[in-house]
Design a protein. Structure first.
Length: 187
């Protein structure tokens, strides 16, 4: 059986999903502010299926897109983690880092704090050589998190193959961070 890793920061538990996470995740996935850079919001059924996939991938690999719990309130506030990208992206194969957080927790550094710990885990524990992150080119909040993480933007945008040609969300910015760059920044 694969060991399931869980992480912790000063303010957050980065953990496997619980049954109690389904309802707040569905609420978050139906929020137009959270889903602004997705083709559509998710139905409850679609949201539940996304959680099931995240849980099963964590069970399989021991890591993945974990649930985020704020320590002071014990509330589910979103997710972050590492994911083996299943899309046929122009830079595949790759491990991506990603996050999604309730709007009331935006601007408090939670995404950056959790993602820093996930990068540490990826480079130190999983011994990854590189981690990527990508977002719609005008998703400035996510792009700012990538920059705060010390990631480097590729000079060219790419078209996300899962978004229809001509769709306003198809153009994405790609950021990368190598283990050597991460180590150099940590010194």
């Amino acid at each position: 059986m694969t060991k399931v890793f869980e992480l912790e920061t000063e303010r957050l538990y980065i953990r496997q999903w619980k049954e109690s996470d389904y309802s707040p995740f569905a609420k978050m996935s139906a929020d137009e502010r959270v889903m602004e850079f997705f083709p559509s919001v998710f139905t409850t059924e679609e949201s539940d299926e996304k959680v099931n996939i995240k849980k099963s991938l964590i069970q399989k690999h021991g890591w993945g897109f974990w649930a985020l719990e704020e320590k002071s309130s014990n509330k589910f506030i979103g997710f972050t983690g590492l994911h083996i990208s299943s899309n046929e992206l122009p830079f595949s194969p790759c491990i991506e880092i990603g996050w999604r957080i309730f709007p009331e927790y935006w601007g408090k550094g939670f995404a950056t704090e959790a993602a820093h710990e996930c990068l540490r885990f990826g480079f130190e524990d999983l011994n990854l050589d590189q981690i990527v992150s990508f977002a719609v080119k005008n998703n400035f909040k996510s792009l700012a998190v990538m920059e705060r993480l010390g990631m480097f933007k590729d000079p060219e945008n790419f078209e996300h193959p899962a978004i229809p040609i001509g769709h306003k969300l198809r153009q994405h910015s790609l950021y990368r961070l190598s283990k050597l760059q991460w180590r150099a920044a940590a010194v």
